[in-house]
Design a protein around this ligand. Structure first.
Ligand SMILES: Cc1cc2nc3c(=O)[nH]c(=O)nc-3n(C[C@H](O)[C@H](O)[C@H](O)COP(=O)(O)O)c2cc1C
Length: 342
């Protein structure tokens, strides 16, 4: 209700200034989260790995990097929240401007480079956050650390946050940290997963880029299964050099991202897949369900549509259950052939 009035003001500001304004408001007034959000219906809960999502739509990483406004986002209607990307040491990220809008295409471009307050500060926020909405910590390497050092860094972060989050995500897919995407190599990831699996009992996900070729996607899916990860998150932002540095999200990313998700699901690996990239309405969610997926995350469409996107998707999901005479989403996902329904 409020967002249509606030949006023109926010969109008159530089995107990052608008972002900080929203995060500060959200941090100072979690009640606004409830007033502009929706209560969740128990029918929409769904088990993802070992974690109970309270609806099939989660908050993607990058919006609340420092976990400073989680009490606000927990009341918006998201089924799970992901903070980060967190690095061991605080870092400033790339020089500004580093966030750009493409309003006609409902898309964004960012070249943030993991600006964040660092592990210790964010750990304090997570320690104090209490909610029934599950929280994931998305972790990545500091810009100046080597791949070898990064294995220890990620392990320390997981050990520190182990009791305060429900799942972890290793982010090796941002286009904005030089050399980061090279860490999608099998040899590095094998070392990394060996270490991280012995550090934490929590569900572990790998977040991948949409710019990988098919063979690489299949290789990473196999690797994630071999190391008994909880699953993959697909995808991060995509590079479109003709538009400038950084990664593109939103509508312009949808097809590329969807293709990767379809390919992963076609492998029928014993993994969860959290779908993210260009999802902006219930049709997109339904398409993902048809392919065999369960839960999605949003960033860019939440920026363009505001909290009403959660209301729309959650209401459409409830109508879908009713139409097919299903008790709840769990019943839908437990049917042998999901495709028969849709
Ligand atoms: C401004 C901005 C910052 C982001 N920062 C992160 C980040 O720190 N870590 C991460 O894993 N993904 C980050 N992302 C990527 C999103 O989590 C998501 O994967 C991507 O935007 C595609 O989803 P969307 O089309 O719904 O936005 C960021 C995206 C945006 C737009």
């Amino acid at each position: 209700m409020l967002y249509p009035f606030i949006k023109p003001l926010l969109f008159s500001l530089d995107p990052e200034t608008a972002h900080h304004l929203v995060i500060n408001l959200a941090r100072l007034s979690p009640t606004l989260g409830r007033l502009s959000g929706i209560p969740l219906s128990p029918e929409l809960s769904v088990k993802v790995g070992n974690v109970e999502w309270k609806s099939p739509v989660g908050l993607a990483a990058g919006l609340d990097k420092n976990a400073e406004a989680l009490p606000f986002f927990a009341q918006q209607g998201f089924g799970a929240l992901e903070c980060g990307t967190i690095t061991l040491r605080p870092q400033a990220g790339n020089p500004r401007p580093r966030m750009f809008r493409y309003p006609e295409e409902n898309s964004l471009r960012n070249a943030m480079g993991f600006p964040n307050a660092g592990l210790l500060k964010i750990a304090r926020e997570l320690e104090h956050f209490e909610s029934e909405i599950p929280v994931g910590a998305n972790i990545g390497k500091n810009k100046d650390s080597t791949p070898e050092e990064s294995i220890d860094e990620l392990s320390v972060m997981m050990a520190t946050l182990e009791d305060d989050v429900n799942y972890f995500v290793v982010n090796v897919s941002s286009p904005n940290t030089p050399g980061l995407r090279a860490l999608q190599e099998k040899s590095y990831l094998s070392e990394l997963f060996k270490e991280l699996k012995s550090t934490s009992k929590k569900d572990l996900y790998l977040k991948i880029a949409p710019d990988l070729d098919d063979a690489k996607v299949i290789e990473l899916t196999k690797l994630a299964s071999d190391f008994k990860l909880a699953g993959l998150i697909a995808t991060n932002t995509t590079i479109m050099p003709e538009r400038g540095a950084g990664g593109i999200s939103g509508e312009l990313l949808l097809n590329r991202s969807r293709k990767i998700r379809k390919l992963i699901l076609a492998q029928q690996a014993p993994l969860e897949l959290i779908g993210v990239g260009g999802i902006s309405n219930f049709q997109d969610v339904l398409e993902f369900w048809k392919d065999g997926g369960k839960v999605v995350q949003l960033y860019t469409s939440y920026v363009y549509q505001g909290p009403s996107i959660l209301k729309k998707i959650n209401q459409d999901a409830l109508s879908f259950l009713k139409k097919h005479q299903l008790k709840n989403l769990e019943e839908f996902f437990s049917q042998r052939s999901i495709r028969d329904f849709v």
